[in-house]
Design a protein around this ligand. Structure first.
Ligand SMILES: [Zn+2]
Length: 73
């Protein structure tokens, strides 16, 4: 793999913008925001539930597929 290819791959990954789905520990409120380094499923994060202000935990970490590039062919 050439250095150029590695750079391309890195660019691709960072353009995917991973997201964390947070869930309230008390109610069922869910919150989606961008993933922060070091987060993993079930980790309790500093974010508070917008509904009841209880701590929230990471329910799921996922990647949004990047928007399809406009094909010019
Ligand atoms: Zn809540």
């Amino acid at each position: 793999m050439s250095l150029k290819e590695i750079n391309e791959t890195f660019k691709e990954i960072s353009s995917m913008k991973p997201l964390s789905l947070l869930k309230c520990t008390k109610c069922d409120e869910k919150l989606e925001r961008s993933y922060k380094e070091g987060e993993y499923a079930t980790k309790v994060v500093e974010d508070k539930c917008p509904k009841c202000a209880s701590p929230m935990y990471v329910k799921l970490i996922y990647v949004n597929p990047p928007p399809q590039p406009q094909s010019s062919y």
